[in-house]
Write a protein that binds this ligand. Sequence first.
Ligand SMILES: Nc1ncnc2c1ncn2[C@@H]1O[C@H](COP(=O)(O)OP(=O)(O)OP(=O)(O)O)[C@@H](O)[C@H]1O
Ligand SMILES: [Mg+2]
Length: 329
Amino acid sequence: MTQKSGFGFYRPGAPASAGAPGSGTPAAPQPEPETAEPAYLSADAEIDLAHDDVATKVNETLARLDNELIGLASVKQRVREIASLLLVDRARERFGLSTSKPTLHMSFTGGPGTGKTTVAMRMAEILHTLGYLRNAKVHAVTRDDLVGQFIGHTAPKTKEAIAKAAGGVLFIDEAYYLFRAENERDYGQEAIEILLTEMENERGSLVVIFAGYADRMGDLFAANPGLSSRVPHHIEFADYAHDELMEIAELMVEKENFVFDEPAREAFDEYLTLRREKPNFSNARSVRNAIERTRLRQARRLVALDRPITKADLMTLTADDIRGSSHFG
Ligand SMILES: Nc1ncnc2c1ncn2[C@@H]1O[C@H](COP(=O)(O)OP(=O)(O)OP(=O)(O)O)[C@@H](O)[C@H]1O
Ligand SMILES: [Mg+2]
């Protein structure tokens, strides 16, 4: 294991090889002494991309993404690609192979509850670990945080939001509301213009993520070619399949130290079938809400019991707890 303390990873402009003495990383060939001047690795040096401290931390975050989020294979793939790009970029810098920082503004398109906000937070962690962002914060906003009601109100609002997000991620939820096709003089356009300027100026110290439904985001980008060209990474979040939602439910239940007994599992499966056909179904968010209401019914059932309760009672969600839902009515 590598040492946990003293972040021994390379920062641009810092002396190369800040490898802590005694960290015993077998991969570091001939650690160079610390010097005051930036020292690049010699041309015949070798770097182990997979095992330095930063790569290890990034891999931990990627592993959490894998374990905590069901499905989303193509999303996870895209996140890995971006992480790889930055890892290689770091390695190149260590050899003095300077490049301009890549542009990492993104769009996350998909239906409600498909994991966009959750993935944005993981992305911020990864970009911070890789030294691309100063912090791992996600500042989430919607149209109302950026666009004013009156002339002169929009610029300060948008700039304030950007300032709050500085060094991290500005996550614009339902970003398509910034664009109103029916109103040319809508202040949303002004917010977009300011964002465009700042996205260019702050390249490398701010990542803007535009999130929303795919079709409506398409309209936003089609109407703003300048925006489209500054957002190189488009990541799509598909609706979850029935079995994935079932797995998500199991994961959420387990995380909260509950269990479905076997009849409960069947009941939840049926519940999902009913719920998915109804309006406002919001993928994993609906699953989370359903589990919360199930817990309410479990609590009601337990409090009404006229016998002492056990640990197993407290943990178990039963079919009755689920079938109490109005969707079965
Ligand atoms: N693949 C998944 N596996 C496990 N849990 C998930 C998954 N996707 C989403 N969740 C959970 O579902 C909830 C909703 O996810 P999240 O808020 O990230 O979705 P969203 O796409 O941002 O939704 P919205 O569009 O409604 O803002 C969160 O509690 C999240 O942890
Ligand atoms: Mg969200």
